[in-house]
Design a protein around this ligand. Structure first.
Ligand SMILES: CC(C)(COP(=O)(O)OP(=O)(O)OC[C@H]1O[C@@H](n2cnc3c(N)ncnc32)[C@H](O)[C@@H]1OP(=O)(O)O)[C@@H](O)C(=O)NCCC(=O)NCCS
Length: 154
């Protein structure tokens, strides 16, 4: 089975080597940037705890990256998936869906999380399809030039 493994001092260098295709580069920040953000925080409204993971295939090879934020006192969304990427060599094999499934499993297990948010570039059809498949619904809001979508868990 593939798995999510937290970013640690042992694996971060392998994870920053994962890359998306050139034509996808404006869809997602680099993993190096995300890992720095997870360490030092970002300037979103309110305090978000950030959690960064590598996505690993069943042979233990790193194939992707996922990061989410939690803020249990936020009135609208208590979790958001801030980054998801699968290396260009491993796309189309179910790893992106696996990463989202795992994140949603973690969120569903926590009663404090009522709504999950996500955002993507308006032209990112693969992302839109992937998230819509999990039930995410577009809110009509644009957040930092990205289309926002939410999933109500409870
Ligand atoms: C979006 C991304 C994470 C999907 O990961 P993946 O492992 O390639 O996708 P999966 O194999 O798990 O596919 C899951 C679903 O995603 C959608 N999808 C994935 N690739 C797609 C493509 N090229 N075109 C259309 N839909 C696509 C489909 O709905 C697919 O389900 P299906 O195969 O039943 O149609 C990956 O393509 C990626 O890293 N893209 C660049 C970075 C990015 O855009 N990240 C999201 C930022 S919001």
């Amino acid at each position: 089975m593939p798995e999510l493994r937290p970013v640690t001092k042992e694996n971060w260098q392998a994870l920053i080597r994962l890359k998306v295709r050139d034509d996808q580069k404006n869809f997602v920040a680099s993993n190096l940037y995300s890992i720095a953000q997870a360490q030092f925080g970002d300037e979103f409204e309110g305090h978000w705890d950030l959690f960064a993971f590598g996505i690993y295939d069943d042979g233990g090879q790193p194939v992707g990256f996922l990061m989410y934020g939690l803020n249990f006192s936020h009135p609208d969304q208590q979790a958001y998936v801030q980054r998801l990427m699968v290396d260009e060599k491993f796309q189309g094999k179910g790893f992106g869906r696996f990463g989202m499934e795992k994140a949603l499993e973690i969120f569903r297990a926590d009663e404090r999380i009522k709504v999950v948010a996500i955002s993507y570039e308006p032209e990112n059809e693969a992302a839109r399809k992937l998230y819509a498949g999990f039930g995410f619904v577009e809110t009509g809001r644009i957040v930092e030039d990205e289309t926002e979508a939410v999933l109500k868990l409870r």
